[in-house]
Design a protein around this ligand. Structure first.
Ligand SMILES: Cc1cc2nc3c(=O)[nH]c(=O)nc-3n(C[C@H](O)[C@H](O)[C@H](O)COP(=O)(O)OP(=O)(O)OC[C@H]3O[C@@H](n4cnc5c(N)ncnc54)[C@H](O)[C@@H]3O)c2cc1C
Ligand SMILES: NC(=O)c1ccc[n+]([C@@H]2O[C@H](COP(=O)([O-])OP(=O)(O)OC[C@H]3O[C@@H](n4cnc5c(N)ncnc54)[C@H](OP(=O)(O)O)[C@@H]3O)[C@@H](O)[C@H]2O)c1
Length: 282
């Protein structure tokens, strides 16, 4: 059972009521480095599952002028496009300009959200296929938390495989609980099916703490372990599509692997077989 800790250690940062302000409706702390939160959704905000927006808080007043400017960062929307609220899954960087403060938000606080969603991790950037792979490390799980809850994902593909590699076991919990909730959701469960016919496959791995499956997903694919564990054929251009979201080194490594399997990188303007987005700027 995940502990939901009240965030009382520090004074939450209130932003003035700006046109782009949204109200926090839920906060969950998963580890000392990870939390998620939900907030109201602007009535006019339309987005495609997998896209990101700029969110943040007001920065400190300028010592000379006293003026405050918004402090914004890119964030994948973790909720699906049909959800009436928005969800975000966030790192806590202790000396990070934004997250050193954002980690202390509480229900009722306001955040700034610029309602201009963009991104490449969208179904439109891929050509039709039979099987889709979502490859995530760390908070790179966030866009897939959106796509995994989107019925279109299961309508478009016969098989959906999500891999998530983290250093420690606790860093997998948000994803694990999300997968459990999808399997228990009446509508999504019907689309996914059950038992042998279930379309959704979840492959979590850790690299620094003992867990049932240890290792980087890249290594586990290279030596065939991941395909054997999942009981699936290796990746082929005709059948497989992929979306990638992780740290830069991971993105580059898996991009090369996907190219070696024969897949080509797609974009909104030119759909192909795989797409990549950074989970953060290194
Ligand atoms: C397209 C895009 C989408 C993003 N989506 C998310 C998201 O959904 N959730 C999220 O937590 N962050 C996301 N980020 C990162 C986010 O924009 C910020 O960098 C993060 O919130 C930290 O902000 P900061 O001001 O506290 O520190 P920053 O000054 O922005 O970062 C300081 C350092 O912390 C490390 N770092 C930053 N973000 C992460 C991270 N997510 N995981 C591990 N280490 C990190 C990096 O080494 C970075 O140099 C995304 C970034 C991009 C480019
Ligand atoms: N996670 C923590 O406990 C922790 C604690 C304090 C500070 N930090 C700092 O926070 C930053 C981000 O850490 P993070 O753990 O969130 O993200 P991360 O360093 O991007 O690692 C996330 C996962 O991706 C794996 N990975 C890294 N490069 C890869 C590659 N080329 N191919 C395949 N897998 C790869 C890592 O495996 P490996 O373990 O094999 O690298 C790890 O399992 C780092 O600068 C780190 O020093 C992290």
């Amino acid at each position: 059972m995940t502990e939901i800790r009240p965030v009382t250690e520090a004074k939450a940062v209130k932003v003035p009521h700006l046109p782009d302000a949204q109200t926090v409706t839920e906060v969950k702390h998963w580890t000392d480095r990870l939390f998620s939160f939900r907030c109201t959704r602007p009535a006019s905000l339309r987005f495609r599952s997998g896209e990101f927006v700029m969110i943040g808080l007001m920065g400190d007043p300028d010592p000379n002028t006293g003026k405050q400017k918004p402090l914004l960062r890119a964030y994948s929307i973790a909720s699906p496009s049909w959800d009436e609220e928005l969800e975000f899954y966030s790192i806590k960087v202790q000396d990070g300009p934004l997250t050193s403060r954002l980690q202390h938000i509480q229900v009722g606080d306001e955040i700034i959200l610029r309602p201009k969603p963009v991104g490449t991790l969208v179904h439109d950037a891929l050509l039709p296929g039979k099987r889709i792979w979502f490859f995530a490390t760390g908070t790179g799980f966030a866009p897939f938390a959106s796509l995994l809850r989107d019925p279109q994902t299961y309508a478009d593909y016969d098989e959906v495989i999500i891999t998530h590699t983290c250093r420690e076991v606790g860093e997998l919990t948000y994803g694990k609980e999300l997968i459990d909730s999808i399997r228990q959701d009446e509508l999504l469960a019907e689309l996914i099916g059950e038992g042998f016919h279930e379309k959704l496959r979840y492959y979590p791995t850790t690299t620094r703490e003992q867990s049932p499956k240890m290792g980087r997903i890249t290594d586990l694919m290279r030596d065939g372990t991941a395909f054997r564990d999942l009981g699936v054929e290796p990746i082929h251009r005709e059948t497989d599509r992929a979306m990638v979201c992780g740290n830069l080194a991971f993105n580059l490594e898996i991009k090369q692997m996907l190219e070696d399997y024969g897949l080509r990188e797609g974009a909104n303007s030119q759909p192909a077989e795989y797409v990549v987005e950074k989970a953060f700027l290194d």
